[in-house]
Design a binder for this molecule. Sequence first.
Ligand SMILES: *Cc1c(COP(=O)(O)O)cnc(C)c1O
Length: 384
Amino acid sequence: MNFTQELQQALDALRAQGNLRRLPRLEHDGRYVTTPDDGRRMLNLSSNDYLGLAADTDLRREFLETLTPETFLPTSSSSRLLTGNFRVYDELEDELARRFDTEAALVFNCGYHANTGILPAVADAQTLILADKLVHASLIDGIRLAAPARCIRYRHNDLAQLERLVGEHSGHCHRLIIVTESVFSMDGDRTDLRRLVALKRRYDNVLLYVDEAHAFGVFGPTGLGCAEEEGCTRDIDFLVGTFGKACASAGAYVACSRTVRDYLVNRMRPFIFTTALPPVSVAWTLFVVRRLVAMDDRRRHVLRLGERLRARLAQRGYASPSVSQIVPMIVGPSADTVLRTEALQRHGFYALPVRPPTVPEGTSRIRFSLTAALTEDEVDAIPL
Ligand SMILES: *Cc1c(COP(=O)(O)O)cnc(C)c1O
């Protein structure tokens, strides 16, 4: 068999398992998506636009009015360490550090860069990483790149197991880094950050890394995430979040100490060896971040929608671990999940199946990702 035939065989095997992925042809129309092939128009239940800001043309109009051809800067033309460090970067980082009440913040091109770059930069051969079993693929890749640092995955959200592991290993390694998400992307559940902070405080060589990709904008009194809600932004050594979801922009941040920031600027490869985000994109992020404070109505609304959908799922016998705007309907087999998803789409609801390897075998699901642009009636109309 030649190379192409081998690849084709692998693709055929994926298709046979119901796990073949394809790029959907889509057009966006506010809260709706249309598939041009069949002209179908569906309510978008798969977007990470949790606050409905990506669908908000008034907000974009307001931002556009702040721009002129001189200030609309579509490229940074280089890495921030060369000539790409525009002032708007410093403004955004100052704003984030002030709001998080941390010494510093550093902005990256995306969450994937943050998560594949920070751990390899700070871990050495005597570091042990303890990571939740369900952390995002970008963190898994970061852990791999952090080798020779070792890693142990603890059972999802099993903090008792984590406490045992920390107790067992803290005496034998130079440093331990606990890695978790605050709101988990596939189950929509949350971890207990206060308990993690209490655990970390009992040892002087334990650090805490928290990814708030799904919480930034949605949780916390001013939208800064679960760490803000639980009053522990300063207790987390690497407080990471992204701008591509609730913030309707692109990029990511870490809120951290000044020393950690300086160190990452010197050592983090996905920060150093890439062209910085376009300044106009960073300006839009800053524009949105400043408005997050006043978006409590949207936060409350989208979280209420989550409760409503979970109550409907429970009536139909679907237990859901979710406590957030991400609500999985766990069907089980991939093929059934795909059929159920197609039926939803025929009824005008654009939800997508999530299958292995993204989720464990046998837990294929329809992942509803709710946004504040949806109404209660629309959520009630989803045929479950
Ligand atoms: C989406 C996501 C990322 C990646 O962020 P991007 O900015 O899209 O690269 C990282 N971590 C988690 C938990 C995510 O859900």
